[in-house]
Each structure stands twice: as C-alpha cells, then as structure tokens.
Design a protein around this ligand. Structure first.
Ligand code: ADP
Ligand code: MG
Length: 684
C-alpha cells in the first residue's frame, strides 16, 4: 500500500527514468509529489461549438469527419482535419508538424481539442488534444493543472502519476490545523485542498484550496519564527552589560555631531536591550545615509565599557576598511583596540589577529565573511553587529551567534524592507527605525534620460568635475558580453570616458579586481586623486565619499529599484547638492514606471513597496539573496493579508502556552517537535 512516505518508484508507472526526472524536481516521496503544485491552470472546459469567440482559446469535443489532408513545406507539415463538434458545428482542425497523429485521426474517432479559434475561417489551430470524449478526464474538459517538468517528463505524465498517487493516499493526509482555526477562517480541510489544487472543480474551488494551503504555509512559517523567538528569549541567558553614566557622557562628548532624535531613540533601544540579561535580537532599519554606522559604534563602545568584545560583519572588504578607519578615528582615541579581518588579510596578520582575539587583547574586530570561518575564536564576545544584513543568510547569522555564548545581535539594513517583507524576514526581531536624515542634507535631484542624451550627460559631468566635485559612473557589466548586447560595461566605458573626460583622473572598479587594487582605487577616490570612478555595483553599499555629488547609472532599467536607490545613496552625503542621472531606454510600461518612480520619490520605503508591486518579491533584491524565505504557494505581495492573519494566530498560540495538551493541536505539536521547536519533554 502506498503511504505518504513511500518513495515515488512505488507508484505504478514510475520506473527508473521517471524516478530520475522526478528527483530533478526535488520529488522523492509521495508526500513531495502531492505537494508539488501546478504553476498555472489551463481552462480546457469543453464549450458549445455554436458560441465560440473569434480569436480566443477554446476547447471543443468533436468527431473526425474525414481522413486528414497533409501539406508539406520543407520539413514542416500542416495537417487539416474536418471535424464536427458534439453539438453539430463543422470546423477544420489544424495541426502543425504532428504527422504521427495521421493514423489515429480516423473518421468517426472522438477527440477533445484545445486551441486558437478563427471564427471567419471556422478553423481551430490545435495546441492540446486528447482522444476520446473523457468527460471526467484529468487532462481535458476542466481547469487543467500545468506543472513545471524536467527531462522526459511531460505535464501530462506528471498529472497522471500525481492524481493516481493522490487518490491512493488521500485518506492518510493529516489535518495539521486545529478545527478552531479552520472554522474561524472558513478554511477547507487539507485533504480537499490538496485534491482541489491539483484537480479543481472550478475557479472558486481552486481559490479556496489555494487559500487554505497558503494559510497553512504562512502560519507554520510564523509559528516557527515565534517558537524560535520564544526559545531564544527565555531559555538562554545572555550578557547584561553595565557601565556608568559618566563613562557614557564622556563618550557622547567625543562625537563629531549631535545625534538626530531618531538616532537617540535607536541608541536608547539598543542600550536597554544590552543592559538586559536576555540576548538582544534587534534590527536597525534606516534609509541610505540615515547614519546607522555611528549607532553601531555606540553599541560596540557600550560592550567595550562593560568589558566585552564585539564584532562587526559587513558584506564587502571596502566597507570593512571604511568602517575600520572611522572606528579607529572615533573609538581608537578612547583606547579601544580595534582589528580588521578580511579574506585578503595576510596570513601573518590574520594569525596575530586571531591570537589577540582569543586572548582578549582586541576589543573590536571588523570584517567580512572571514569572521565566520573556523578558527575565529573570541575570548568574551558579547555583541555582534551586521551591516547591510539582508546579504547574510539565516544560517550565517546563527553561526555567528554560536561564536559568543549568546551574544547580543544588532542587524542593520539600509534596504528599506517593506512592512510585509520585514514581518516575514525578521519576524523574530525587534525593530528600530531611523526615519529622518541628519540635518543639513540636501535632497538628491534625480533625472531620467534616454541613451541618445549621453553626450549631454558627459558635458554635465565635465562641468561638475571642473567645479571640484567627484562622480560615480555605474555600468551593469564588467566587460563586453555577447549574451547581453547593448548593455554597457565598465571596461569600455572607462576607456571611452578617459577620452571624453580628458584632464581628469578616471578610476575603474569592479568585482574582479584584486582586493588590493580595489582598496587602492577607493583610497585614491576618497583622497580626490581620482575624480570620476567608473564602477559596477560593487560600490552599491555603504561607501561614503561626501565630495562625490554625481551618480550616473547606465542601463538603469536593468537594476532593481532598491538597488538604484542604494546607488543613488552614494551621493548627497556632503554640503554640496547632488544629482543622480539614470540613463535608460526601457521597452516595457513597467520599465518606464520604475524609472518614473525613481525620479518621483527619494523615500526608500515608498520605492521598496513600488518595487515589490512591480517586480514581485523574488526579484526584490535584484538577485535572489540568501535569507529570503521562499514559499511553495504563498505570494508575499498578493497574500499579504493571509501572512498577517497567520502571524497573529501564531503569536496568540505561542503566548497561550498550554495548547499542546489539547487534542486538536496534536498534529501541530508533532510538527513542532519534528522541527525541534518545542522544548520537549512534552507528556503524550
Ligand atoms: P548609513 O545609514 O547609510 O550607513 P552612515 O552611517 O554612513 O549612513 O552616515 C552617512 C553620513 O552621515 C556619514 O558621513 C556620517 O558621518 C553622517 N552622519 C551620521 N549621523 C549624523 C548626524 N547626526 N549629524 C550629522 N551627520 C551625521
Ligand atoms: Mg552604512
């Protein structure tokens, strides 16, 4: 007998080759198979032959009237067949390159065909066909599920295997949601939902099936987050930092500027968390340029005053070096011992650094992913800060957590994450938001021009450079690529601009330079030895050169809005007014809308919402970044309200505390145990 855990080769009709193709889709067991959802549905409901719309996709049931007529043209063939629909309408069915059907299309045979209908010619170009008049077929006369397939597998074969297996195990599918939730949200039982998602009776049944399954998906996800949060908060004692008011006041005096009210609030939140014995788990969100770095330094200084070590992890070496320099300037003077550790640190330097860290002779270490490696041991780590944190996956976060006993963790993100996403990504975090810019910032003017205006842009660049300002010029690619013709690349652009901006120093920066070269270029740009820096998006995050006032972005439509906003945030950091010029020739309406959105708003949150709306969450970060949960069925944008409900229910459940003794929660409790999210031992 087939069970949910049975391997797929136990299903009749699945041999080694199909097993292999299924494995490529991540389907190994019956359970995997029945939760492999269609990505769309074709409406192949049989229509009356009398009412077919011109130039629409239709499905009819018909009887073949005469043998097919075939015409050849080179290796192509066109086959036309006279048919009559079940309600007596004559038409011509047309197949392209399907000669093998010739013998099967005998007069009198019955067939269901789907395709584009031309009412004037009374002809139907067939894209799907099914022999026989299967009123109850899984392949026709209904909403037909379409699956993504690999190898030899066709959607049709998958459909057949899946529906067969589903029938056999249907009665074994457990109901994981308690009745109270099903009733409250009017959700259909899991069994029905699975049956209907694969073979929907009609559009409404499909909607209900999807709603039920998405709810479960989101609810379990939120439950995990909440359960994790509970474990984290209550079970693990962290460090209760402590220091005197005087010590802190002395530090405040050293600050190069007065903190904004938002920064003050964030620092207060953080210090409160750090003083408490539970580990801090906080996200600091603030738009590009809102001044997050100084807040990290405050937190690290508080750890130092309390006698502990802290670590700051950032996504790029350039950023690590920049933070190292500013930290040394501010905190170094106060006696804090700071180290820098990146992938390109020399072995001897690295050794010495690790040695000092282990002995407690360094108070702060700033670095890249290199900090996550084995062998990086601290003597008493109590605080971890990650900058631009969405670039770190969940696993990396937890490695870091293990390096200290239960260190306080501060995540900083400049990517203004829309509320719906933040809830999902960081549901286990407390959040502080910097909602205003430091005083005196001038807004960045943004212009969108088409590529035929490039010369004007370059003339403008010359003028700005002549005034003593500096510029970033960004291209999507490093070098010319055959695959992406017409897309600007940094190397060519650099060579061109050396001519057209003659008289100024031009620099080139991209991900393939050695980190020493990168460092060198960046140092020169900071020192204004280079006036115009041609770069790829390596300069996207964190780089701070206040004298740079022009940002030119080629093929701007190739970037995500969040990414463009990040790039734009590289300018507008000093006393001079800044400008961002987007060069783009978008072909789609969406592309134009995105450029217009960039021009219209400087608010990262508004842009992020727009980006999410226009492109969907998968593409939100430009490339799929790690740390972003992926859902089988649920969509963070269109199902946002389901996520909200799932979260509320998960919160309530975890807060109630004694649900696991109630019988209706049995399956749910089993699930939490499997996921190791409940502190066993729980009495059965
Ligand atoms: P981000 O939030 O993007 O990391 P930074 O921390 O790099 O921003 O800060 C951007 C710039 O603003 C830096 O030059 C920083 O010194 C400056 N800055 C930060 N806070 C203030 C403030 N309260 N007043 C004036 N300038 C500030
Ligand atoms: Mg920053």
């Amino acid at each position: 007998m087939l069970s949910l855990q049975s391997p797929v080769n136990h299903i009749a009709g699945v041999g080694p080759s199909r097993e292999r193709d299924l494995a490529r889709l991540g389907i190994f067991t019956v359970q995997d198979l029945i939760t492999y959802y269609p990505f769309r549905y074709d409406d192949r409901t049989v229509q009356s032959g009398q009412t077919l719309g011109h130039d629409t996709r239709v499905t009819v049931q018909a009887i073949v009237q005469a043998p097919p007529a075939v015409r050849h043209k080179g290796r192509r063939s066109t086959m036309t067949v006279q048919v009559k629909t079940h309600d007596g309408m004559s038409m011509t069915a047309v197949w392209f390159n399907r000669l093998f059907l010739r013998d099967k299309l005998r007069p009198g045979s019955s067939i269901t065909i789907t395709g584009k209908y031309d009412a004037r010619r009374r002809s139907l170009v067939v894209s799907q066909y099914e022999f026989g008049s299967h009123d109850t077929s899984v392949h026709s006369n209904r909403l037909v599920p379409i699956y993504e397939v690999r190898g030899e597998l066709t959607p049709k074969v998958l459909r057949a295997i899946l529906t067969k297996a589903l029938k056999q195990v249907e009665s074994q599918i457990p109901e994981i949601l308690p009745h109270s939730l099903l009733a409250k949200y009017k959700l259909i039982p899991k069994r029905d939902a699975l049956a209907q998602i694969h073979l929907p009776k009609d559009a409404e049944s499909l909607r209900q099936a999807r709603r039920r399954l998405v709810f479960e998906e989101f609810f379990l996800f939120q439950l995990k987050l909440q359960a994790f949060r509970h474990l984290h908060k209550h079970d693990r004692p962290g460090v209760a930092h402590s220091f005197t008011k005087e010590q802190w006041a002395g530090f405040l005096k050293m600050m190069p500027f007065e903190l904004t009210p938002g920064q003050k609030r964030a620092v207060r939140d953080i210090l409160l968390d750090m003083r408490a014995p539970q580990p801090m788990n906080r996200l600091l969100q603030g738009d590009v340029g809102s001044g997050k770095t100084i807040i990290a330094f405050c937190a690290m200084f508080a750890a130092y005053l309390s006698g502990y070590q802290s670590a700051m992890m950032v996504p790029t070496e350039i950023l690590a070096e920049q933070h190292y320099d500013s930290a040394s300037e501010l905190l170094g003077r106060l006696g804090v011992r700071i180290g820098l550790l990146t992938g390109s640190s020399k072995e001897s330097v690295r050794k010495e650094m690790l040695d000092k860290l282990g002995k407690g002779e360094l108070d702060i270490v700033i670095g890249t992913h290199a900090l996550l490696e084995d062998g990086v041991e601290f003597s008493n780590l109590s605080l971890v800060v990650t900058d631009e944190q969405h670039r770190f996956g969940v696993e990396q976060r937890s490695i870091f957590r293990q390096k200290g006993h239960h260190p306080d963790v501060l995540f900083m993100s400049a990517t203004p994450i829309p509320r719906t996403l933040a809830m999902t990504l960081f549901g286990d975090l407390d959040v502080s938001v910097l909602d205003q810019m430091p005083a005196g910032r001038k807004p960045i003017r943004t212009h969108w021009v088409t590529s035929d205006k490039e010369n004007q842009v370059i003339r403008f660049l010359r003028k700005e450079l002549a005034k003593g300002r500096q510029a970033y010029i960004v291209a999507p690619l490093i070098e010319e690529s055959e695959k992406m013709e017409g897309v600007e690349n940094a190397v060519d652009l650099y060579n061109r601009l050396k001519d057209s901006l003659a008289g100024f120093q031009i620099g080139l920066m991209h991900g393939r330079l050695s980190s020493r070269d990168k460092e060198d270029v960046m140092r020169k740009f900071k020192a204004n030895e280079i006036q115009a820096l041609v770069a790829t998006t390596v300069i996207e995050v964190g780089v701070n050169v206040p004298n740079a006032t022009v940002m030119v972005i080629y093929n701007a439509d190739r970037f995500g809005l969040a990414q463009l906003h990040q790039l734009r945030g590289r300018v507008g950091r000093g006393e001079h007014s800044s400008i961002c010029i987007l060069i783009a020739d978008p072909v789609s309406e969406t592309g134009r809308e995105r450029m217009q959105a960039m021009v219209a708003t400087q608010n990262g949150f508004v842009l992020a919402e727009k980006d999410l709306e226009l492109r969907g969450p998968g593409e939100f970060f430009g490339i799929r970044q790690s740390g972003m949960p992926e859902f089988k069925l649920g969509d963070l944008v269109t199902d946002a309200n389901i996520m909200k409900a799932g979260r509320e229910e998960a919160q309530q459940l975890m807060a109630s505390g004694d649900f696991w003794i109630l019988p209706e929660y049995r399956e749910l409790v089993e699930y939490l145990k499997r996921e190791k999210l409940l502190k066993a031992p729980i009495q059965d």
